[in-house]
Design a protein around this ligand. Structure first.
Ligand SMILES: [Zn+2]
Length: 329
């Protein structure tokens, strides 16, 4: 089961992804966005939140949830340091870590991958690249850059906010520090996928699934839903916690990779249903669509999209965690 998703999220006064400080000025990340204009397209520089930032948030939630559910998480991932098992210098000294090194040295890459994912759920889902041993695992979860919806790019703004810290009880010190933090407001699009059936199974040399694979898959899905429904991503939340609303969203689950139409397209939910119909007609796979509409989407998608396409309306995004069923081979 392959789950893809796209959400339109209205975020006001956020500082979720800052990139550099010049003196007392901290800049928000920006990225170029191609927007349609009369007679063609043009580039606009818009506020953005990187896919790395979103993947970090997801893995941090996953690590916590896995620990709670007594699933294995390695020492570093458990503390939210996702260096993964990238090189020998950062390996710990557990028996299984020595085993991974020894398997890799003997070119038994399958056993190296299996041993590593058996002992770390975060690296199972989020992937790793062990450079000294030439063992790699592609992440089962992917996140794109969060960018303002293309048709509302003109409604995205970045504005520096003035702040001051001072010590009124000791005016003689004359201490007063001013600083600026760029904040942004936009209707963002957040898209990605989770390869549910890829969780808990090796992939580098051949597919072999772990005994607790289903529990891992359920945990990986719950972590994703928790993150998307509660806006648990981005940095600088302690003093810049934004006003956040999921305006609309679409999820699609299918046996093979089927990507939803991203929220940059105005009728993205309807288009996803139309594409799912064409997909199931031509590839024979069932597609399950789940969508959520709170505001800003004036079309009402068909409840059912055809023989092999089921389109379900979600009252709340959290419902997805209970509704999605899968059978992996
Ligand atoms: Zn780990």
């Amino acid at each position: 089961m392959f789950l893809s998703f796209s959400l339109r999220v209205l975020v006001d006064a956020e500082a979720l992804n800052m990139v550099e400080s010049t003196g007392n000025y901290t800049k928000h990340r920006r990225a170029p966005l191609v927007v349609p204009v009369e007679g063609g397209f043009e580039i606009r520089y818009v506020p953005a939140v990187s896919g790395e930032s979103l993947a970090h948030a997801y893995q941090a939630i996953l690590a916590e949830l896995a620990k709670e559910r007594k699933l294995p998480v390695c020492e570093r991932c458990a503390t939210g340091e996702f260096l993964k098992h990238a090189e020998d210098e950062i390996f710990g000294d557990s028996e299984w870590e020595k085993q991974v090194q020894s398997y890799a040295k003997n070119k038994d890459f399958h056993s190296a991958e299996k041993t590593l994912i058996t002992n770390c759920m975060v690296e199972d889902v989020g992937g790793f690249l062990y450079t000294n041993g030439n063992v790699k695992r592609t992440s089962r979860a992917a996140f794109g850059y969060m960018l303002p919806a293309r048709d509302f790019a003109q409604a995205a703004a970045v504005e520096p906010q003035f702040h001051v810290r001072h010590v009124p009880s000791q005016p003689e010190r004359g201490k007063q520090m001013i600083y600026y933090v760029e904040t942004s407001s936009a209707l963002y699009v957040l898209s990605g996928y989770l390869d549910i059936c890829g969780v808990g199974c090796t992939s580098m040399i051949r597919r072999e699934c772990l005994q607790d694979a289903d529990k891992r898959r359920e945990t990986a899905l719950k972590a994703l839903v928790l993150m998307l429904a509660n806006q648990l991503y981005g940095a600088k939340r302690s003093r810049f916690l934004p006003a956040w609303t999921v305006a609309s969203a679409v999820f699609a689950a299918a046996k093979s990779p089927f990507m939803v139409t991203p929220g940059h397209v105005k009728d993205y939910i309807d288009e996803t249903i139309k594409r799912a119909k064409a997909y199931s007609k031509n590839f024979g796979d069932e597609v399950f669509i789940y969508y959520y509409i709170r505001e800003g989407y004036d079309k009402s998608p068909a409840e059912s999209g055809g023989e092999k396409v089921a389109a379900n309306k979600l009252g709340q995004i959290e419902e997805l965690a209970g509704m999605l069923k899968w059978k992996c081979s």
